[in-house]
Write a protein that binds this ligand. Structure first.
Ligand code: FAD
Length: 389
């Protein structure tokens, strides 16, 4: 049986980055994935991902975001590929809502530059946008987008250059820690042994980490691209955008908060738009429907009609992607409570891609040193009343 210093299970966003970091630290490492590199069956596909620093979800993410920027730039240098485009991000919502107040809190705590605008100012700046009159806007010029598939490929290539072995189209069917402390990983093609196992299985974390009894929820998300020739939707005029909106009930009373986001047209695919809130619960990620569901399209087009009124309805492309939600929508990154040599990142909750390089670095530290200097304590299992090993 082939034996390694470490095995990385899953070579998507997190796993490809982790494989690179582990290999660069000089370990003999194997990476396994049931699909190919940069495939479209998990959570790391669909052209682009937003990257930002003034993190509305919690200020604790900011140092990790800043480290990720450094690591993305280093990966660009190494791969000689443009991966991160700082076209900016405008976030729009109720002044006291989660998004606007969260951005301002993170910006203030970490001294990050953000510009506050009224609804009218935002519409004058970006004629493509229609902003509700009671909404506020914040613009972060350092934000932008990552080319998601190119990022995964670049991490995988850098891992290979650093000596990692990659096996794709090979599904892991189980793993266990032997009495010796070594980990055995069983796949549909064979068995491997390693001193350490790093699990970065995305939507399959619930089954591969079932013994943690964390109630993850996998959600089906639809993404749409609309063709447009209007210059105000191009990347030189429109930044990435995110709207927090209040849905009204049948009696026109405020009901749910919902979030929609999108990207300027960066190529012939056009403007990408999607809903961050909502999503159907997925029981088996291998069998999720990838068909266009009219209800998803109707929600996105109700948003574009209201907030991007000149975009039109020339639907060019559609994709389905998966969010893996943790119970509190924050990532879970830790050592396994029973096995100190098994570490994992799970439940990235639909906002993890920008952090994949720093998560890879942290997982490599945890697997090799048992600890990391990166400030990830807030992402640990202890918040669910469980301690790591
Ligand atoms: C539509 C959409 C939009 C998003 N927008 C943003 C955004 O703007 N900004 C942002 O930062 N984040 C965003 N995210 C979230 C981000 O993309 C994810 O958090 C991130 O990509 C998850 O990476 P991952 O490595 O956990 O999962 P994946 O990239 O899916 O990787 C998991 C890998 O594990 C493999 N695997 C699983 N089980 C097995 C097994 N048994 N055997 C072998 N291999 C296995 C899978 O094949 C897969 O390749 C978005 C997500 C979606 C779906």
């Amino acid at each position: 049986m082939a034996s390694y210093d470490a095995i990385v299970l899953g070579l998507g966003g997190v796993g490809s980055a982790t494989l690179m970091h582990v290999a660069k630290r000089g370990l003999r490492v194997l990476g396994l994935d049931r699909f190919g590199i940069a495939h479209d069956r998990g959570s790391s596909h669909g052209q682009t991902r937003i990257i930002r620093q003034a993190y509305f979800e919690h200020p604790n993410y900011v140092p990790l975001a800043l480290r990720s920027y450094e690591l993305w730039r280093a990966l660009e240098d190494e791969s000689d590929l443009p991966l991160l485009q700082q076209v900016g991000l405008v976030q729009i919502g109720p002044p006291a809502g989660e998004v606007i107040s969260g951005v301002l809190r993170s910006a203030a705590e970490h001294d990050l530059p953000v510009e506050q605008l009224s609804a009218d100012e935002a519409m004058r700046h970006w004629p493509a946008l229609e902003v509700p009159e009671d909404a506020a806007a914040v613009f972060e010029s350092r934000a932008g987008y990552l080319r998601v598939e190119a990022c995964v490929r670049a991490h995988a290539a850098a891992a290979r250059s650093a000596g990692a072995e990659l096996r794709t189209e090979e599904a892991v069917v189980g793993w266990k820690v032997e009495r010796s402390g070594e980990v055995t990983v069983q796949t549909d093609a064979g068995e491997y042994r390693a001193a350490r196992l790093i699990i970065a299985a995305g939507a399959w974390a619930p089954e591969l980490l079932a013994d943690l009894s964390i109630p993850f929820e996998v959600l089906r998300k639809s993404v749409f691209w609309y063709a447009t020739d209007l210059p105000e939707f191009g990347a030189s005029e429109l930044p990435c955008f995110l709207f927090e909106l209040t849905e009204l009930d049948a009696d026109s009373r405020p009901a749910n908060q919902c979030e929609f986001y999108g990207f300027p047209a960066i190529d012939q695919l056009g403007v990408k738009v999607a809903e961050h809130s909502g999503g159907l619960v997925v029981r088996d990620p291998l069998r999720v429907s990838r068909e266009l569901m009219p209800a998803d399209r109707a929600r996105v087009e109700a948003f574009t009609t209201g907030c991007l009124p000149d975009l039109g309805y020339r639907l060019h492309a559609h994709r389905v992607c998966l969010y893996t939600m943790s119970p509190d929508r924050h990532f879970i990154v830790d050592r396994h409570p029973q096995h100190a040599n098994v570490v994992f990142a799970a439940g990235l909750s639909g906002h993890g891609f920008k952090f994949t390089p720093v998560l890879g670095e942290a997982l490599a530290d945890l697997a090799i040193d048992g600890t990391t200097k990166l400030p990830i304590e807030f992402l640990g299992l202890s918040r669910f009343g469980r301690s790591s090993s």
